[in-house]
Design a protein around this ligand. Structure first.
Ligand SMILES: Nc1nc2c(c(=O)[nH]1)N[C@H]1C(S)=C(S)[C@@H](COP(=O)(O)OP(=O)(O)OC[C@H]3O[C@@H](n4cnc5c(=O)[nH]c(N)nc54)[C@H](O)[C@@H]3O)O[C@H]1N2
Ligand SMILES: Nc1nc2c(c(=O)[nH]1)N[C@H]1C(S)=C(S)[C@@H](COP(=O)(O)OP(=O)(O)OC[C@H]3O[C@@H](n4cnc5c(=O)[nH]c(N)nc54)[C@H](O)[C@@H]3O)O[C@H]1N2
Ligand code: SF4
Ligand SMILES: [Mo]
Length: 877
């Protein structure tokens, strides 16, 4: 181990399922500095832009620091008595299925374990589901069908060892950036390595691809069926391995009926992909939400697994399917049985032997016999009043569930809603009767499991703010108040971990895959010192590779290939809703932005909600660049900034999922998404809504910066944090009579000195407010989208008003342009200048000249893009 510096604490990143090790150093002032842990097997020292900015997200200004009941601060005792009483009453009056928990893959394993134990063992209902239903459920269902259990056989090293890496529905460059960097490095070391990206959209990940297959949304099964046929025809079937596999003939027969044309791909491209796959033994298929979030998600997973099983390319170095998990503890949630149809330690809720074993182990009074409500059904039952008491922990369903307006209204109409969060400023928290302050990432202690089954410790770095308590502690306290003191008598997460490890020994008696019984008996210091370790960790300590030996976890020990056929997405485009809406993530924001949006540098990459539209579609609809688009679907409406780009094909549009009523009320894209689900996994089709587009006829556009929060209420607004204040994009239909009065209200500055320039004929106005000669707020408006250097204006906050109202820097100070490299703080213009000067012609040279892309590297695909565009421009001149 490389030593750690004095004062540094080893922990794990708060965000994605890569699960990077972090060395954090508290600065003694409630802050921390971070660097990548060089010894952690997930990242070996690397961090992405979000990881680098962890220290900038810890301010306490928006934290929830005391319990609240109906909006008023309350004592913990009163709040928790109320929760226990209301749940007890609902159960007494209506039975255990009248209550529900909706939890999260961002809980630590220990939190998750207690939530699951309380609901399934003691309340006696399986109505606990998690946001993993929106995330990993199709993979879980596909793994179980094929392997008899939910095992991810691959590891991160396999990606590096492979000769062909196929990325299906994964924007690895932005969503698992450190894995992407490992892949990029492996390809740089071995240029003969091939990478194929299968995604309807040309993402940043495609920059590394030798082949990008922009297939029709939802058509992955057809492509992998074509591949299975090609595997057979090309002689790549592993006859010996097929002794361990059932269902080859049926799967192949079904695959043979598939019409590859539904993929919309050129036959030559399909062939090129199949040829590459067939002739390359070391193949890793990485897949993510483009696969899972689909009404045929489980079939997509099995179509992929079929190909690996048929070739025996599974469980061996450099080979295998690898589902990358999204949330930091999505995998841990699967281990503790967080889903409504699962039981702890990969045991089955519907298997009486498993159920009895868990009941005996927990000494539990009641166990449900059947699976509980899956997320979409769960909120339907909230809407119709069947669920009388609901506890939402560590997730924001009023934003992230499909048909989000309906879900929001359902929560608002529920008799009793408890929300545990780190902040009250979420769309869901605003609907709670009881709001419980949870400790956050920097304050919590426990374990998380990443995409390749590596368990890592997350360690507390800072004291809990105010009265905030740990999620496991809040849950256990409610368990005690409901009358189950002995079962919830935990004093420290290590005790919960110990119990989980002991339960896994029970599971091991059933010869299940999940086994951490080798970690039993860790005392507190052993737990505190636990180094990253991949399960299984059996009592005899062996760590094996799954499936290479042909042993699976089905009744007969053989894997299953499934006959599957492609189905189009549930919603069909039609003349009323002619566009297919794809949704997903951007590089520097995390989900509903409650944490990442606190770091100014993470807001600079893409600062407002947007819609990617193909140039031809935009032209046909009269949507000009940077104007606004009204997007409607059968379930809702959004207004988003038009980003006109051929990264999407005609007829398809893409919008990020991150914005909320707190940050951009018309940017809640899940309002547009229908709640159609996969029949097996219950996972919603988040990536294939149908929508109509129209230009949003704005009478004015505005851009504002302010040292204080803004009271924006125009038809369109989106705000984000900048250093020293806020910035907002705005637009409205009616032009106000008096811009100064409007600005004073917006900024809540009734008296402050104001300088303004306006031109009624062009509709422009520029207003600057200053105190003591220093800029405190400014508003620029125009009839067309406001053109000015936003970062420059934001940087003027608190500065002397020397170049008033120019909107761009003077010649002496070049404008760095929009932030491209969040880690090193390098703007687009700085990079362009380096390229134009002739000093930098490659990504590496841009790094050498400007430092851009030299830390986490997440922006390197975009730098490559700028270089390419520049070369095209130069050639055209
Ligand atoms: N920056 C950032 N990183 C994150 C997160 C975040 O919020 N921000 N969230 C984390 C979480 S919880 C998750 S689950 C992961 C998600 O990680 P990813 O799954 O990589 O991310 P998404 O952007 O949701 O979707 C991936 C891609 O699926 C494509 N797609 C859409 N439809 C189809 C289809 O029918 N077939 C195929 N093959 N592809 C399709 C989309 O165009 C998109 O590029 O990211 C994790 N990492
Ligand atoms: N259209 C569309 N919708 C999607 C997706 C998509 O691709 N497209 N992706 C789906 C996927 S894969 C996912 S994972 C979900 C994510 O969606 P959500 O889970 O709803 O999003 P988050 O913003 O991560 O919500 C986490 C909440 O927990 C709070 N929190 C943070 N730390 C703690 C803690 O330690 N304890 C407690 N109690 N609270 C804490 C945060 O402040 C935040 O409010 O979105 C899903 N929705
Ligand atoms: S890739 Fe980035 S967000 Fe994901 S765990 Fe690593 S540092 Fe955190
Ligand atoms: Mo996710």
């Amino acid at each position: 181990m490389t030593g750690i510096a004095p004062g540094e604490i080893r922990t794990t990143c708060a965000y994605c399922g890569v699960g990077c090790g972090v060395l954090a150093k508290p600065d003694g002032q409630c802050g921390i500095t971070v660097r990548g842990d060089p010894d952690h097997p997930a990242n070996y020292g690397r961090l992405c832009s979000k990881g680098v900015a962890l220290g900038e997200t810890l301010s306490l200004d928006d934290r929830l620091v005391a319990p609240r009941v109906n909006g008023a601060e309350a004592a913990w005792d009163d709040a928790l008595d109320l929760v226990a009483n209301r749940f007890t009453r609902a159960i007494a009056e209506h039975g255990p299925d009248a209550v529900a928990f909706y939890v999260s893959g961002q809980l630590l394993t220990e939190d998750y374990y207690v939530a699951n134990k309380l609901m399934k063992g003691f309340i006696g209902s399986a109505n606990i589901d998690t946001n993993s239903r929106l995330c990993m459920a199709s993979t879980v269902a596909g793994h179980k069908r094929a392997f008899g259990t939910d095992t991810v056989p691959g590891t991160y090293e396999d990606i590096e060892l492979a000769d062909l890496v196929v990325l299906v529905g994964s924007n690895l460059a932005w969503c698992h950036p450190v894995l992407y960097q490992r892949l990029a490095q492996a390809k740089a070391n071995r240029p003969e390595m091939r990478i194929v990206v299968i995604d309807p959209r040309r993402t940043a990940t495609c920059d590394l691809a030798d082949l990008h297959l922009a297939l029709e949304p939802g058509s992955d099964v057809a492509l992998f069926n074509r591949l299975l046929t090609a595997i057979h025809e090309g002689g790549a079937v592993d006859i010996d391995y097929l002794h361990h596999v059932d269902g080859f003939d049926a799967a192949l027969a079904k695959a043979g009926c598939e019409d590859g044309r539904v993929t919309g791909l050129r036959e030559t491209d399909i062939r090129a992909f199949c040829d590459l796959w067939v002739r390359t033994e070391k193949v890793v298929t990485v897949f993510s939400q483009g696969v899972n979030q689909s009404t045929s998600g489980t079939d997509k997973v099995n179509a992929i697994l079929n190909c690996h099983l048929a070739t025996g390319r599974i469980g061996r170095p450099g080979m295998g399917p690898l589902s990358v998990t999204g949330q930091p503890n999505a995998m841990g949630g699967r281990e503790v049985g967080g889903l409504a149809n699962a039981l702890a330690c990969h045991m089955e809720l519907t298997d009486p032997a498993h159920r009895n074993a868990v009941q005996a182990f927990w000494n539990a009074p009641a166990m449900p016999q059947q699976a509980g409500l899956k997320a979409v059904d769960l909120f339907d039952r909230v809407a119709d009043g069947t669920i009388k008491a609901l506890w939402i922990i560590c997730t924001n369903p009023a934003v992230s569930m499909p048909e989000a307006d309906r879900v929001r209204d359902a929560i608002a109409g529920c008799e009793f809603v408890v929300v545990s969060d780190v902040t009250d400023r979420t769309d869901t928290a605003q609907l709670a009767h009881v709001l419980l302050p949870a400790t956050g990432w920097a304050e919590k202690d426990g374990t998380v499991t990443n995409s390749d089954r590596t368990i890592s410790r997350q360690r507390a770095l800072l004291p809990a703010p105010g009265q905030a308590r740990h999620d496991w502690d809040i849950l256990a306290d409610v368990g005690r108040r409901m009358g189950w003191g002995a079962a919830f008598d935990y004093a420290h997460p290590s005790e919960i971990f110990e119990e989980h490890a002991a339960l896994s020994a029970v599971a091991a008696d059933f010869a299940l895959d999940f086994d951490i019984s080798g970690l039993r008996g860790l005392d507190r210091s052993g737990y505190d010192a636990l180094a990253p370790i991949r399960w299984p960790i059996t009592a005899s300590g062996t760590v094996e590779r799954f499936f290479a030996d042909g042993h699976f976890y089905t009744a007969d020990g053989r894997a299953r290939m499934l006959p599957v056929t492609a189905r189009p997405p549930a919603a069909r485009t039609n003349p009323r809703y002619p566009f297919r809406l794809n949704t997903g993530r951007i590089r520097d924001q995390w989900h509903t932005m409650t944490r990442t949006a606190k770091a100014p540098r993470l807001n600079q990459h893409l600062g407002e909600p947007f819609l990617e539209v193909h140039p031809d579609d935009a032209a046909a609809l009269g949507i000009a660049p940077a104007t606004l688009v009204a997007v409607t679907s059968p379930s809702g409406r959004c207004v988003l900034r038009a980003s006109i780009t051929d990264r999407v094909v005609r007829g398809q549009v893409f919008a990020p999922m991150h914005w909320t009523a707190q940050t951009a009320p018309t940017g809640r894209v899940d309002a547009l998404v229908a709640s159609a689900v996969d029949p097996l996994s219950g996972q919603p089709e988040s990536k294939a809504a149908v929508v109509a587009l129209a230009s949003f006829e704005a009478g004015w556009f505005g851009f504002a910066v302010s040292a204080n929060a803004l009271n924006a209420d125009s038809a369109y607004w989106a705000r984000s944090k900048v250093t020293g204040g806020w910035r907002a994009e705005m637009a409205g239909t009616q032009i106000p009579d008096d811009w100064e009065a409007e600005a004073r209200r917006l900024f809540d500055l009734p008296e402050t000195a104001c300088q303004s320039i306006s031109d009624a004929s062009s509709g422009t106005a520029r207003l600057a407010f200053s105190e003591g000669g220093l800029l405190v707020a400014a508003l620029f408006v125009s009839r067309v989208p406001v053109a000015l250097s936003r970062d420059h204006l934001a940087a003027q906050l608190g500065q002397p008003l020397d170049v008033p109202l120019a909107g761009r820097p003077g010649a002496a100070r070049p404008d760095p342009g929009p932030m491209l490299c969040a880690c090193m703080g390098v703007g687009r213009n700085t990079i362009l200048a380096a390229i134009a000067s002739g000093e930098a012609a490659t990504v590496a040279e841009v790094g050498a000249c400007t430092t851009a892309g030299t830390n986490c590297g997440s922006c390197r695909p975009e730098i490559a893009d700028i270089l390419d565009n520049y070369k095209v421009l130069a050639a055209a001149e």
